[in-house]
Each structure stands twice: as C-alpha cells, then as structure tokens.
Design a binder for this molecule. Structure first.
Ligand code: UDP
Length: 366
C-alpha cells in the first residue's frame, strides 16, 4: 500500500487527523470533492475581507486541550459574538439577557425580568418539555418565544417548533446579567488570517487532491491505503441503502456594497417569519475590518435534497434512529472510520469536531 490512511474530506476533522498522523510518521492522502480545502469553515479573501463562504464560523470552546491545539496553528483575535435580533422594527440583543428583557418589557432589574418570565411560564403549565416549543416557552416565556424564537427556528429548520427536539434551543444561553456574549465558553475568537490558512497549516506536508470525488472513484482509491477516514455523509457512503437522513442546507446571497458599514454588527438575525432569510452576516466585523467597502451575505435555509451541500443534520428521533442503523453497519467496517459532522450525523461545533478527531488519533495512532 502506498499510504497508511486515505482521508476523505479536507475539513477540520480530516485535517486534524492528517496532521496528527503525519507527526507520528504515517503517510496520508487527503481527497476532497470540492476545489478547495477547509470544508465548511472555508474562507476566501475578497478586497481584504475574509468571506465565510459557507456561513459564519466563530470559534469557541471551554476545552483547554482543543484551545491550545488550535493556537498552535493560528493566532486568534478577540472577537466576541454578540448577535442582534431584529423582529419587525424592534432590535434586541442576543443571547437572551437583561438587555433583551429591559427592551422587551421596559424593566431594569433581574428580579423584574424573572417575575415576568415566571408569570408567563406559570400560565402555560408545562412540566416536562417534550419539544422545542415547550422547552423555549418554559425557559423564557411567551413574549420572547413569539418574537425571537418561533419565526427564526421555523425558518431555520423548516419544521414546526413542536416537531423539533428541545436540545437545539439549549445551545442558546439565558442569563440575568447585562452580558451580550453569545457563548458561555472560556475561549473565543476568529483565527487571524482566516480559517483556510489554519487548515492549510494543519495539512502542511500532506498530499491533498482536490476535485476528487471518493464515492465515484472508490475502487481505485480504496486500493491506495490501508485504512480510510471518511468524513462525508454516512448514508451516502452506503448509497442510502437504509434510507435517506435529513439535513438542512443553506443558500447565501453575497454582495459587496459601496459603503464602509452596513449593519454595524457581524450577525443580525431576522426573527420574523415573513422575512425569507434567517440572518445577514457582515463579514468584516468578525475582524474589526476598516476597508472602504463591505461584504454581506443573506442566509436562506432550505431542506437538503440530493446534490445540495448538507449543513445541519436534523437530529430528531426518526433520523437518530436511522443513523443508529448506519452506525451499526459502520462499526463493522474493518478499514473505514467515520468522523466529523456528516460522518457522525451530529450538530457538532468546531471544537467538538476537533476534540473528536484528537480522540480518534489517541485510539488509532497511539
Ligand atoms: N435561535 C432562535 N433565535 C435566534 C437565534 C437562534 O430561536 O435569533 C434558535 C434556533 O432554534 C436555532 C438555535 O437557536 O436553530 C441555534 O442557533 P445558533 O445561532 O446557535 O445556530 P448556528 O446556526 O449558528 O449553528
């Protein structure tokens, strides 16, 4: 065999594995279907601005090992994510915090906010939240749910909030301090120079072949390596033999505007149902850019169908059960290891992908 590992997919999972394998003296070949590395964290520099081609990525983690690891390959700036939510003409701070509540109810103290939320929750009588709607209502009450959650979530997931799992909303912090930091994590930032450069450094010294579709060249590629690390869609790997897993896809409308500052913030969520996009990203603000023009992307969410780019696994009961069947099959593979957001069919953040890759390196590479 020419290579120890064939790595399918040049995203974060594959790149971390490649780096660790190389550092332990293994020979890897990375094949990537797209014409660039870095998967969905890919950024492209346009007029000095790093444009997040597949949606905004803000690195955040509480895992010291992961943070130390990424800091070996990039320096991070001190960007702190503080999105704005726009509901009709009303603007609110996210995540749900005292700034949000004081604007919503014209109040000032945590006690006042807690009292209003408690009275709205009491009216509902939800004991054990069974779905996203009940989870959200029992966390923040009706006003916040109706204005800032319901419309956004239904656009993002294309499903009624009563048909969605509660865990999705648990990603969002709720706090009774005036703190607009979207994440509770200890470490946060954007890599200076962009994510593509970070992944380039991970892949330095490893052979990468772009525009190579593994599934279309399987026989030939399988013959090149002892083992395969597969980071594509697990159901596609098996030609959807057990059924099709559901994903959400995203479409971006990106444009450059002849102005310095369009919306004053990197992320503005449009939480009302009637606006067709979910959010507008103004890329330069991730890096405190001072360029004379600006680049914005409107983000539209859609149901994934074959041929689209998959972004978000829809981790509801049906899909999780189907994934478990694929997983069972995958575990019997002698030569193939599955990983990443698509290989593991999990709504992973970047740090969790890196942690999972490092964990695999520990067991696989020693
Ligand atoms: N969410 C919401 N309103 C918002 C932002 C988020 O209701 O203004 C909910 C929504 O259900 C979404 C989830 O929180 O799917 C997670 O949002 P986040 O922005 O963390 O997800 P991302 O798309 O960035 O992974």
């Amino acid at each position: 065999m020419k290579y120890d590992y064939l790595i399918v997919g040049a995203g974060l999972f594959g790149a971390v594995f490649a780096r660790e394998a190389k550092d332990r003296g293994k020979k890897c070949l990375v094949v990537e279907r797209r014409d660039h590395i870095a998967g969905n964290v890919y950024c492209e520099e346009v007029h000095g601005i790093q444009v997040h081609r597949y949606g905004a990525h803000i690195f955040h983690t509480s895992d010291r090992r992961v943070w130390d690891y990424v800091c070996r390959f990039a320096e991070f700036n001190n960007y702190v994510n503080s999105p704005i939510a726009r509901y009709k003409d009303e603007l609110y701070n996210l995540p749900f915090n005292m700034n949000t509540f004081s604007k919503m109810w014209n109040i000032a103290t945590p006690a006042q906010a807690q009292e209003i939320i408690a009275s709205q929750i009491a009216d509902l009588g939800i004991m054990m939240p069974k779905n996203l709607e009940e989870q959200a209502l029992s966390l923040v009450g009706r006003d916040v749910y109706e204005k800032l959650i319901k419309g956004y979530t239904e656009k993002q997931w294309g499903r009624d909030c009563r048909d969605l799992p509660a865990f999705i909303i648990k990603r969002l912090p709720l706090r009774f301090t005036y703190d607009n930091n979207y994440f509770n994590d200890r470490y946060q930032g954007i890599p200076i120079g962009g994510y593509t450069e970070l992944v380039e450094k991970l892949l330095a010294g490893t052979e990468v072949r772009l525009k190579v579709d593994y599934l279309k060249n399987r026989q030939e590629l399988d013959g090149l390596a002892d083992k395969i690390i597969y980071t594509g869609m697990i159901d596609q790997f098996y030609d959807y033999a057990l059924g099709v897993l559901q994903y959400r896809s995203v479409r971006f409308e990106t444009e450059e505007l002849e102005m310095e500052n369009y919306q004053g913030n990197a992320v503005v969520n449009y939480t009302e149902r009637e606006v067709p996009f979910t959010r507008i990203i103004e890329h330069k603000h991730f890096e405190f850019g001072k360029q004379p023009t600006t680049i914005i992307s409107r983000e539209y969410s859609s149901e994934w169908k074959k041929g689209d780019e998959p972004y978000y696994p829809v981790n509801d009961d049906r899909n999780n059960a189907l994934y478990a069947q694929y997983r069972e099959r995958a575990e019997k593979e002698a030569r193939v290891i599955f990983g990443g957001r698509l290989g593991g069919y999990k709504y992973y953040d970047m740090d969790k992908v890196i942690a999972a890759a490092l964990e695999l390196c520990g067991t696989e590479l020693g």
